[in-house]
Ligand binder design. Structure first.
Ligand code: KIV
Ligand code: NA
Length: 261
């Protein structure tokens, strides 16, 4: 999988199935079940370290886990998160993204809107593909005052659409939308040419992503409303992953109960 094949999936109307992974064994299994995208998420701060947020994750944490994942992957496209404050300035973003790419990622993901446009362009010009992330961006949880759905008010939603367009113009080749009303996500997907992957963003996005621990129902803290435990209906992890991928491709997941309006 590459940025080109991901774009082709959007053009063909085939949904993109994505999961997080943090080690070689799970990454290899997901890859064998034909997952399209694997994200080394800074969610590792929560599901691996047991923290209440993602802020403690370091560049070293991400490069360690990205190197592990890379060793298990043959086919999937590998994206890694840039940690909290590792891209506060363009210079910091270049230095830290270089480390993340060298550890085995094929793209880096950054959280934020219009303020990131210059950083995105600079990264892409230097050879680093970028994934955007809008909506409930967990690195800003303390600004939001908790893990809350974003973009419910009209003004906020319009700002998000404008940010998505600005980021696409700046050069992002993939976008994650987290915890926003399904109608706002649908509008952003229809507006952008690049593929848009949702989590808690309804069924109309070009693909879906889940934190692997949520998909297996074993998260250290709590289970978000937008997630689904695929081990309830499946007796082993491999078939749970296949069921998740099949559900995403057939638009059976997310159901309305996993979405916000
Ligand atoms: O860190 C993460 O796992 C993520 C996904 C939930 C998109 O950013
Ligand atoms: Na993340």
């Amino acid at each position: 999988m590459t940025t080109s094949t991901l774009m082709q999936l959007k053009q063909k109307g085939e949904k993109i199935a994505a999961l997080t992974a943090y080690d070689a064994s799970f990454a290899k299994m997901f890859d064998e079940q034909l997952i399209d995208v694997i994200l080394i998420g800074d969610s590792l701060g929560m599901v691996l370290k047991g923290h209440d947020d993602t802020l403690s994750v370091s560049v070293d944490d991400i490069t360690y886990h990205t190197a592990c994942v890379r060793n298990g992957v043959n086919r999937a496209f590998v994206v890694a998160d840039m940690p909290f404050m590792s891209y506060a300035t363009p210079e910091q973003a270049y230095n830290n993204a270089a480390k993340v790419m060298a550890s085995g990622a094929s793209m880096v993901k950054v959280e934020g809107g219009e303020w990131l446009a210059q950083t995105v362009t600079g990264l892409v010009e230097r050879g680093i593909p970028v994934c955007g992330h809008l909506g409930l961006t967990p690195q800003s949880v303390h600004v939001f005052g908790g893990f809350k759905v974003q973009g419910r008010e009209n003004e906020q939603a319009q700002k998000m659409v404008a940010a998505a367009i600005k980021l696409e113009t700046a050069g992002i080749q993939l976008l994650v939308l987290e915890c926003i009303p399904s109608s706002v996500a649908k509008l952003i997907c229809e507006t952008l040419k690049i593929p848009v992957i949702g989590i808690g963003a309804g069924v109309s996005t070009d693909g879906q992503i889940l934190v692997m621990h949520d998909m297996f129902g074993i998260s250290a803290n709590y289970m978000p409303k937008f997630s689904k435990n695929y081990l309830v209906e499946n007796t082993d992890m491999r078939s749970a992953v296949t069921a998740y991928i099949d559900d995403v491709k057939a638009t059976r997941f997310p159901a309305p109960e996993h979405s916000f309006e």
